[in-house]
Design a protein. Structure first.
Lengths: 520, 312
């Protein structure tokens, strides 16, 4: 075989020469374009920690989907932006609690669905809500609807939501959150009853213009929207998993809003680039150390109490959360019904008390395992727990687990200590739901079983008197702590930075309500 | 040559089958219940049972493997039971992003590395050679994640010349978005290729046919750039073929740091969520990419150097 030598050499040299010239020529204007990119007027670029998984509210997996759904669909009521939890009218022109199990509503007359599916009617509300609870839909969000029986349609735009039992979270979760999104009956049925990653009909102030998997979701103004006009023409939602990457993108001027890591809060307190601002919101997450009550090593309540007293929460918050988070008093965050003003075991460790309890327990040479998700804040927390428990003579071996293995730990009967973190929707029932007897070994990894707790959880969901609910949930958390199975650590925080051109509209826990975003 | 190509691709197919089988078994050995992870805390037992059946997890392991390979033979990578989308669609919409990243990194690092290596070899034991050696070793020693973060801070945050995240739209915007990620994963390859080309070139420059070319009065530039380079570049072709695998690994990290979509990011997300069909689809495609690239590198070598065909 004979090769043409000349072709290769001429091509290589010419290519190198050409590429160099082209690269040099193109660099300068590109640099200028970079500065202008995020500043493009009318385009809001925000970060989401995950990517869209579905446009079907029945199968939505949480806030990532809900950010988009809440912009392109309507609910009877929506969360109100601000620092206190509350709701405001959305698709409803009127909504009232007629009695403990009946809620009357009337829809606005100016909301329509895209793709020729007509005006929003009470039939659409009935269809949307009832399909969530229908067995055929197999919606994982069905529990959010609680004891919903059905929706009665009393007029073209009027209806009544009928519950089997009173259900307080209807106003805090069911209606203003994921399950409250109203979809078009005609469009959904035409699509075979299930909506995939493409919407079948939209009705909100924005329309989903495009979605590129793991790249971005683009929302554009709905030209047929008759309500208050959204301020931004276009919203680009960029799925960025890594908080450090998001911070760099924000600092580079490529994002208008992102949640930042707790470790960066101090830096942003000293100044946010490009005239932006830092907003520090509390969070609904709750972090705690759990002890498996079924494990033979943890049967002694004095030992468990010794562990509770030996864990120094302020040290954890300083080292793992960079002093950007406050200690928690339980599983229910501040601002919600049922939040306890103080815990039974003070946040600071009491080593003398812990040693005394350990001595009373009669346990010696205690050696325990601590299962931890392999994220920095948790491994740091685990190391501090390891060090503080060592001070009273308890040896802890840390098991680092990646998320897949960690989140399957519920079925692990050999689990001893576990550092855990759950999220919740803004109603206390959402927090207590995971610690009932029926959840033991599923999401109740401590195998905490308490009849009074179970009763309180059930009764509080049906209680419409907020003062009574508050008392019930406080008592429920007392029971958890008294069992010795829990050492509450923190609710973390949701620090958010935004650019100078944005007036963000955030829930009290720092999550964005995109349709209400304004310009500074 | 045809026989060689046939043998090489048969071996590639065998490697692919072994790799996919091993991956299939490994992911099932990893602790973690995929159904609980995928459906979240509030999944009903009925919903879990349905998903288990849809994923074929209620079948024995050999049967699951048989079903998977049967599907593969039909060109069916399965369906992501969660989103209901074809795995083929999901994987192939991510693949171009990774390919662009890898090929741009290979392209610029090969061009620069070969140039640097040739130049150093043409001026052995001079300050140019020593400077090229220092630069090459520095590049090799620079960890990709350090290069990525530093380049982000300098070129994206401080100078704002290049974008920090995303993939861009259209040719120029895409190329612009590739600059920093491909710099991060390609930089060490510049040094590696430069050292390889220099060593290979020095050996070739001492051979008889080069001395003959010099005797004929050909310019040194022509001798190095045309006659010697053809032979000196052979090891680079092999290295680049194998390097595809390393670049695929680097792409995982790069796609996360630069918030780029791609196969690496897809695999990480899918493993975390125990989304078996997508993990298998993505691994199959990336393994195929690696196997094919090494096979193609072998073929190119065989074309350029007949000794490689006979195995001598």
């Amino acid at each position: 075989m004979r090769l043409e030598w000349k072709k290769a050499s001429v091509g290589r040299r010419n290519f190198l020469r050409g590429a160099t010239a082209l690269g040099a020529a193109s660099m300068l204007p590109m640099g200028w374009a970079s500065r202008a990119m995020a500043q493009e007027d009318g385009v809001l670029r925000i970060r989401s920690y995950g990517d869209l998984s579905t446009m079907d509210p029945a199968h939505s997996v949480g806030v990532v989907d809900e950010n988009i759904h809440a912009s392109v669909y309507n609910k009877l009521i929506q969360y109100k932006p601000g620092t206190e939890w509350g709701w405001q009218m959305d698709a409803a022109a009127m909504i009232e609690q007629a009695d403990a199990t009946h809620i009357n509503f009337a829809l606005r007359d100016d909301i329509g669905f895209t793709n020729g599916h007509g005006a929003m009617t009470a039939e659409d509300v009935k269809f949307s809500f009832e399909r969530i609870i229908a067995d055929a839909t197999e919606s994982p969000n069905k529990p959010d609807m609680g004891p919903l029986s059905h929706v009665e349609v009393t007029g073209e735009r009027e209806g009544t939501i009928v519950l089997n039992d009173p259900f307080a979270p209807l106003w805090t979760i069911a209606l203003p959150y994921i399950t409250g999104n109203i979809v078009s009956k005609a469009a959904t049925e035409a699509a075979g009853g299930r909506i995939g990653t493409d919407p079948v009909a939209e009705s909100g102030p924005y329309l989903r213009a495009s979605w590129a998997a793991k790249e971005k979701t683009v929302l554009k103004r709905n030209p047929d929207w008759k309500g208050d006009a959204p301020v931004w023409d276009t919203i680009e939602i960029l799925p960025i998993d890594d908080e450090n990457t998001a911070e760099i993108a924000f600092d580079a001027g490529e994002l208008d809003l992102t949640r930042v890591s707790l470790g960066s809060v101090e830096r942003y307190r000293g100044g946010v680039p490009n005239g932006g601002a830092l907003i520090e919101n509390p969070s609904l997450y709750y972090v705690w150390l759990g002890m498996n009550l079924d494990h033979p090593k943890l049967q002694n309540i004095k030992l468990r109490q010794a562990i509770q007293h030996a864990i120094d929460v302020p040290s954890i918050l300083q080292a793992a959360y960079f002093s950007a988070a406050a200690p928690s008093t339980g599983i229910i965050a501040p601002g919600l019904i049922g939040h306890r003003p103080s815990e039974l075991v003070a946040p600071a460790a009491d080593f003398a008390k812990a040693a005394e309890l350990l001595a009373e327990s009669g346990e010696t040479n205690v050696s325990l395992t601590l299962d931890v998700l392999n994220k920095t804040e948790f491994t740091t927390t685990a190391q501090i727990i390891q060090a503080t428990l060592a001070q009273i003579g308890i040896t802890v071996e840390i098991n680092l687990l990646e998320s897949g293995a960690f989140w399957s730990s519920g079925e692990n009967e050999n689990l001893q200590l576990v550092l855990n973190r759950f999220s919740m929707a803004p109603d206390p029932s959402y927090a207590t739901a995971w610690f009932t007897t029926e959840q033991a070994g599923i999401w109740n990894w401590e195998r905490f079983r308490n009849e009074e707790f179970d009763m309180l959880h059930k009764a509080a969901s049906a209680e419409s008197d907020n003062a009574k609910r508050d008392e019930m949930y406080r008592r429920a958390q007392d029971l958890m702590e008294e069992s010795g199975a829990y050492r509450f650590i923190t609710h973390e925080a949701t620090p958010v930075v935004h650019s100078s051109r944005v007036a963000p509209a955030l829930r009290p826990d720092g999550l964005p309500l995109l349709r209400y975003f304004g310009k500074a | 040559m045809i026989q060689f190509a046939f043998k090489r691709f048969a071996l590639a197919a065998l490697i692919l089958v072994v790799a996919v089988t091993v991956m299939f078994l490994m992911i099932r050995a990893v602790p973690g219940d995929p159904v609980s992870i995928m459906l979240g805390p509030r999944a009903t037992p009925e919903l879990k049972a349905r998903l288990i059946a849809e994923m074929g997890l209620d079948q024995s392991l050999p049967k699951q493997l048989f079903i998977y390979f049967s599907g593969l033979l039909r060109g069916d990578l399965g369906v992501d039971v969660f989103s209901g989308r074809d795995v083929t669609t999901i994987v192939f919409e991510q693949l171009p992003h990774t390919l662009k990243l890898i090929f741009s990194a290979i392209l610029w690092s090969a061009l620069l590395g070969i140039g640097l290596g040739c130049y150093a070899a043409a001026h052995p034991n001079t300050w140019i050679d020593r400077a090229a050696a220092a630069i090459s070793v520095s590049f090799i020693a620079a960890p990709a994640f350090v290069v990525a973060l530093l380049s982000l801070l300098v070129f994206a945050v401080y100078l704002q010349w290049f974008p920090a995240i995303g993939v861009g739209e259209g040719f120029w915007d895409t190329a612009w978005h590739l600059v920093l990620p491909s710099l991060a994963i390609g930089l060490s390859w510049v040094g590696y290729i430069a050292r390889l080309v220099r060593a290979s070139m020095l050996e070739v420059l001492g051979e008889n046919h080069i001395r003959t070319a010099r005797a004929f009065g050909l310019s040194e530039r022509r001798i190095v750039g045309i006659y010697a380079l053809r032979i000196a570049i052979l090891p680079v072709v092999t290295v680049i073929g194998v390097g595809m695998g390393f670049l695929l690994s680097s792409a995982v990290f790069t796609e996360i740091v630069f918030a780029r979509p791609g196969l690496g990011k897809l695999v990480i997300d899918s493993i975390t969520s125990r989304n078996y069909p997508i993990v298998m689809g993505a691994v199959l495609v990336s393994t195929a990419l690696f196997v094919i690239s090494t096979a193609v590198a072998d073929l190119i070598n065989a074309i350029l150097d007949p000794r490689a065909r006979s195995g001598t």
